[in-house]
Design a binder for this molecule. Structure first.
Ligand code: HEC
Ligand code: HEC
Length: 658
């Protein structure tokens, strides 16, 4: 979670904003967040933002503009003559060396002030929450509401949603998403032969009840909390992998047991004790520095993961672009002032003087934190603990500080907690959040579908943060069940627009975890090891030396782009390594088992089994004829089946989630 990466992700977002929700009343009037702020960010915020406020003027928000600078208010809604900011722009009165605004941008600013300075946020206040917000609904009802909302937005944009997926496409997608591997051959056959009209909803229920659901969500969250750091990374190798995996497994048992998200988060943030009893102890070390918790790192992680906001640019100075002050970062950090320990143990107590820590021997009063030197600006200032958004917290005596933070965090009324999870879930299932990046919620970066965001957050809170319930609601929607196939009448731009409005499901590459587990299944080998290219001499064929663990090496080679699963940059090396790998031509225990069945399976049955095992569908009659011809020519049947399996796992259809 490096600062560099996040700041880069931020810039294009400022400029090319999301597609807006349905139904603006005056579609062509300029809006602050969408039209005005990108211009100001580029032209003005460097001198009139969070970091510098020349002339005493901050142009990041409307209240700060109204307050104005040394000569008073910079704008007045609907009154160009009384708007100092407009007069400067109109007269091209820019500081030396600064570009003058092009005519089109001037027109935007002029139109915006003249129209009374309208904002997207105001529009959002009129957003219909779609369903009553205070009760839990039936999943099918929520799913239908999701669809009604998305389809209205699509029809507004004159787009026709893609048709529903067929059963094979749906099956493979939902099994991968909810259990982290492709379906088995028998699972696929029984679903494809099922004629029950409710078979999809029933399959979703079945998958949610399996332990694999927990495992998959556990490892997904583990990677979001801290992407695995590989021994081969230039500055990596310090992360204790086994313990991090145990943390993922622990999360998995919680998800599988149906614990609410509030309970899970409480158990992470309030943890006290040793890793052997509580694997989640590792959390604070993972998000800290050098394996130790830091108040700053904990605040940053809690904000990003559980609140969906980025505070990291406010650690050392007020965020130049977002409306977060440096104090808001440290006010949250103050709750972690007494959190001490390392990867292996966490306790709540005063920091020891000896430790080199982000929090120095802190003389600040209870409930306060002193801004350390490493934060550069305002070092030495004491900041009082406060919940995000401002409400100050005064501890009673020397009580623990984390529990009250969790009470606030997981309250149903908390405006951040439910939507942050719902948005990540949406991102997980559709490869794109309703808000992007997923941890950059703020007034000025509103969701693409505000009503839908509200609906999901309300439903999640009303259902006591029941994770399976929310997954069930979304997976039962037509939106989730649409085909990813592109039909000939879809141009590239309609395909992109459809994907952005969730009228189609994008293609993605399997994650490394899913691919590894799926290959283990296809080869019946739970210890599958694809490290040495040539097992005899360890020759790596030009690849860098493999690392010590089969799983980590697999991650290193096959890791996908965690922020964008639809990015195929990893596809080619992935394919090459696999094609080159002798292990995959070296027989499959699952195939052997299948062939041993009595009565012996026919060639046709074997081909079908191979297709079901890998692609989760039956071969087309053409494929079947081709393969029959190939197999019939072969003198070694077992060998040609093995070759067929190898060919199938090397096909792009296998590597993609459709
Ligand atoms: C390179 C730095 C810089 C940039 C970029 C810049 N300004 Fe300024 N601005 C200043 C300085 C310095 C002052 C104070 C001196 C003055 O009034 O000229 C100022 C003053 C102002 C004031 C008067 C504030 C007051 O209350 O006295 C307004 C209004 C203003 N700027 C608007 C803008 C707008 C709008 C933009 C972008 C289109 C912009 N500025 C870009 C440096 C900058
Ligand atoms: C570890 C401390 C630290 C963090 C974290 C940090 N900054 Fe800074 N930043 C600084 C310092 C120090 C300066 C120089 C301040 C000055 O010139 O007064 C600075 C300056 C800046 C400037 C002004 C550069 C210029 O040319 O005038 C911008 C813009 C900025 N930071 C953006 C960001 C953003 C965006 C983030 C989050 C992604 C961020 N910073 C996070 C320490 C930090």
């Amino acid at each position: 979670m490096t600062i560099k990466r996040l700041s880069l992700a931020f810039v294009p977002l400022m400029i090319c904003f999301a597609i807006w929700g349905p139904g603006p009343a005056h579609a062509d009037e300029p809006l602050f967040e969408r039209d005005v702020l990108p211009i100001l960010a580029r032209q003005c915020l460097g001198c009139h933002g969070g970091l510098r406020q020349r002339g005493g003027l901050d142009l990041r928000t409307i209240p700060s503009m109204l307050k104005g600078g040394e000569s008073g208010g910079a704008v007045k809604a609907g009154d160009l003559d009384a708007s100092r900011m407009w007069k400067r722009i109109a007269a091209d009165e820019m500081p030396e060396g600064e570009k003058k605004l092009p005519a089109a941008e001037k027109a935007v600013l002029k139109g915006w002030i003249a129209a009374g300075m309208p904002t997207v946020a105001q529009r959002r206040k009129n957003v219909d929450p779609l369903l009553s917000s205070d009760e839990r609904h039936e999943p099918q009802q929520v799913a239908a509401t999701i669809d009604r909302h998305l389809e209205a937005a699509l029809s507004e944009a004159n787009l026709k949603p893609a048709p529903l997926s067929d059963d094979a496409e749906f099956l493979r997608r939902v099994v991968i998403d909810l259990t982290g591997r492709v379906p088995t051959a028998s699972q696929a056959a029984s679903f494809l032969d099922n004629t029950d009209p409710d078979r999809r909803a029933k399959l979703i229920d079945e998958l949610l009840a399996s332990p694999q659901f927990g495992e998959q969500f556990g490892r997904t969250w583990r990677d979001w909390i801290c992407p695995p750091e590989l021994p081969s990374d230039p500055n990596g190798g310090k992360q204790p992998h086994k313990e991090a995996q145990n943390f993922g497994a622990w999360l998995g048992t919680r998800f599988a047991a149906g614990d609410s998200w509030a309970t899970i988060v409480r158990q992470i943030i309030e943890v006290d004790g040793e890793i052997k009893n509580s694997p989640q102890v590792i959390f604070f070390g993972l998000v800290g520095e050098g394996g130790k918790p830091t108040a700053s790192g904990s605040a940053r992680a809690v904000a990003s993961l559980f609140l969906g906001v980025q505070l990291q640019c406010a650690e050392c100075h007020d965020d130049p672009y977002r409306d977060w002050s440096q104090d808001s970062h440290w006010a949250l950090a103050a709750f972690f002032r007494k959190t001490n320990g390392d990867f292996n143990k966490i306790s709540e107590g005063p920091p020891s003087d000896k430790k080199k820590d982000n929090v120095p021997a802190d003389s600040a009063k209870l409930g306060q934190i002193t801004i350390p030197k490493s934060a550069f600006k305002n070092a030495g200032n004491a900041v009082q603990a406060a919940f995000l958004g401002g409400q100050v917290f005064e501890p009673q005596g020397d009580s623990a500080l984390r529990p009250p933070l969790v009470d606030w965090l997981t309250a149903k009324e908390n405006p951040y907690f439910a939507r942050a999870f719902a948005n990540r879930l949406w991102f997980y299932l559709f490869s794109r959040g309703l808000v992007n990046p997923v941890d950059d919620f703020r007034e000025l970066n509103p969701p693409s579908h505000p009503g839908l965001m509200q609906l999901l957050a309300n439903e999640f809170a009303a259902a006591d943060f029941d994770v399976k319930h929310l997954v069930r609601c979304v997976c039962n929607s037509r939106a989730y069940q649409r085909t990813s196939r592109v039909t000939p009448d879809m141009t590239e731009s309609t395909t992109a627009a459809l994907t952005a409005l969730f009228g189609r499901v994008p293609l993605r590459v399997m994650t490394a975890d899913v691919l590894f587990d799926s290959l283990k299944l296809a080869y019946g080998d739970s210890k599958l090891d694809l490290r040495a290219i040539d097992p005899k001499d360890g020759n790596t064929n030009g690849e860098s030396a493999p690392v010590a663990d089969a799983y980590l090496e697999f991650l290193r080679r096959f890791g996908t782009n965690e922020e964008d699963a639809t990015d195929f940059t990893h596809g080619i090396p992935q394919l090459l390594t696999m094609i080159n790998h002798p292990r995959l031509l070296n027989g499959s225990k699952s195939l052997d088992e299948f062939l041993k069945a009595k009565p012996a399976p026919t060639t046709e049955q074997t081909i079908e089994w191979l297709y079901l095992t890998t692609l989760s569908r039956r071969p087309t009659s053409e494929e079947n004829a081709d393969i029959m011809a190939y197999v019939n020519k072969s003198s070694d049947l077992a060998k040609s089946y093995g070759g067929l399996l190898w060919m199938l796992v090397n096909s792009s259809e296998y590597l993609l989630v459709r």
